[in-house]
Design a protein around this ligand. Structure first.
Ligand code: FAD
Length: 455
């Protein structure tokens, strides 16, 4: 046996790296096994590179469209190499930060691929490390569409974010958060985008009123959308890819599949260690992340509920607190906000209006266009919307939905209100600073009872 630890975390993404730090904070001898880079896919291949490119797309778009604001930029252009370098350096910097935090907290880093032994210890290469508790945090991998393989012209999301050249034309299959982000970045950078969704709306999980705002915005961003149209007959050539969708066909430089992901469990030796899976292939856990082997926990994209970094991190905290006997409570999955960083951003928590009605609530709705509050005109963010879905009985906020340039920052207030069990009536009385877009939130709460000042 190489060494023994109270806790060994396999996977150093947002789930695993946070779990390891929390575990060390609790005084437990902790190691993290990572076969690639600290920070996991989120920091190195997904969330962070995506947002870095989106930020440049936003600046470029603003530079070209701000003459009315008194800003004339005559020669705005994209330096693809510089953009690629910045994308990489932002990820490297944050990944280095994670390593620094591990070191600071005396978390031992073990480089290599980890798997479980039959007695629930951890094997890396030829070494076996004894573990009191193991936290599995190996995340998820991209899935191609059936019958299609990833290659030079058919890309997964990382392939799309790391292209060595700017494509003239790209198609994105799957208009969930990732697909919409890729479409919105490339569209604003000047690439012609075809965004295709098999279901009947883009951002299928979001409220219809919110999606309408995004659809309108996408039309101005070089993005053609097609919904209810599965992509089929994909033929990848040397310099382009052809395919059909519904009754139409297209030929583009690249086809990006931003659809599904599957838990990265194959190399973990789960069945030998008595760790069971759900029918959908995710690891079966209780509300604290404990698997069917009581010594082993699983968190993040490996387990059910939304595949989001902040959800993974909190599950990591809960798992190691629970394992150490520290008082904790399960993550309230209903209060994990979704965040899509297309332009305009979309953020939501809880139920859509349709889902709340379907669940049998007597629903009231409050809606306010961002343009109603002064800040939105000042900051050129008028097209968005705040929508609250409330239960008419006591005023409980069942769902909150925001579309606007900074929606992903704004949603935290609604999460906090809901977590603290505030109703829309309380929200309507919280004084917000002026002039900010956040004023649309309490005004939206007032629209439920029809007394918003600026409606
Ligand atoms: C393009 C894209 C954009 C996204 N943007 C956002 C966003 O803006 N906000 C958000 O909240 N979520 C976003 N997500 C989702 C987010 O990336 C995931 O939910 C999050 O990364 C899950 O964290 P995790 O810790 O479970 O796993 P991961 O981040 O996948 O990390 C798992 C780590 O485990 C390592 N590993 C795997 N197997 C082994 C092994 N056997 N031994 C050792 N190490 C191993 C991997 O190398 C990896 O580093 C995005 C996803 C994609 C694809």
């Amino acid at each position: 046996m190489a060494d023994s630890f109270d806790v060994i975390v396999i996977g150093g993404g947002p789930g695993g790296y946070v779990a390891a730090i929390r575990s060390a904070q609790l005084g437990r001898k902790t190691a993290v096994v990572e076969r690639d880079k600290p920070g996991g896919r989120c920091l190195n291949y997904a969330c962070i590179p995506a947002k870095t490119v989106l930020h440049t797309a936003e600046l470029y778009d603003q530079a070209r469209n701000s003459a009315e604001l008194g800003l004339v930029v005559n020669d705005a252009s994209i330096d693809w190499d510089a953009l690629g370098k910045r994308r990489a350096s932002v990820s490297d910097s944050l990944s280095g930060g994670v390593k620094m935090l591990w070191d600071k907290n005396k978390v031992t880093t073990i480089e290599g691929a980890g798997s479980l032994t039959s007695d629930g210890n951890v094997k890396v290469g030829d070494e076996v490390y004894e573990a009191g508790t193991v936290v599995l945090a190996t995340g998820s991998v991209s899935l191609p569409i059936p019958g299609v393989e990833f290659g030079d012209r058919v890309l997964d999301t990382w392939g799309a974010w790391s292209l060595p050249e700017q494509p003239k034309k790209i198609a994105v299959v799957g208009a969930g958060a990732s697909g919409c982000e890729i479409a919105s970045a490339y569209g604003r950078l000047g690439t012609e985008v075809l965004l295709i969704e098999m279901l009947d709306q883009i951002l299928p999980a979001e409220d219809k009123d919110i999606v309408r705002v995004v659809e309108r915005a996408f039309k101005k961003q070089n993005i053609a959308t097609s919904t209810g149209t599965p992509v089929e007959n994909v033929e990848a050539g040397d310099s382009s890819v052809k395919f059909t969708y519904g009754d139409s066909s297209a030929e583009v430089d690249y086809l990006c599949v931003a659809g599904g992901r599957a838990p990265d469990v194959e190399a973990l030796g789960l069945s030998e260690a008595g760790v069971e899976l759900e029918e959908n292939g995710k690891v079966k856990v209780d509300e604290y992340g404990r698997t069917s082997n009581p010594k082993v926990y699983a968190i993040g994209d490996l387990v059910n509920a939304k595949a989001l970094a902040h959800k993974a991190s909190e599950e990591g905290v809960v798992a190691v607190e629970h394992a150490s006997g520290t008082p904790t409570h399960p993550v309230d999955q209903k209060l994990v906000a979704g965040a899509t960083f297309c332009q305009p951003q979309v953020a939501s928590v809880g139920l859509t209006e349709a889902a709340a009605k379907e669940a049998g609530y007597d629903v009231k709705v409050g809606k306010l266009k961002l343009g109603a509050v002064g800040g939105a005109t000042v900051y050129d963010d008028r097209d968005g919307l705040v929508k609250l879905v409330v239960d008419s009985k006591y005023g409980e906020i069942l769902g909150a939905h925001i579309v606007g340039n900074r929606a992903c920052d704004m949603i935290a207030e609604l999460v906090a209100t809901m977590a603290l069990e505030g109703g829309y009536q309380e929200l309507a009385r919280i004084v917000h600073p002026h002039p900010t877009i956040s004023e649309a939130i309490f005004e939206a709460a007032r629209t439920v009872d029809g007394w918003a000042t600026h409606a």
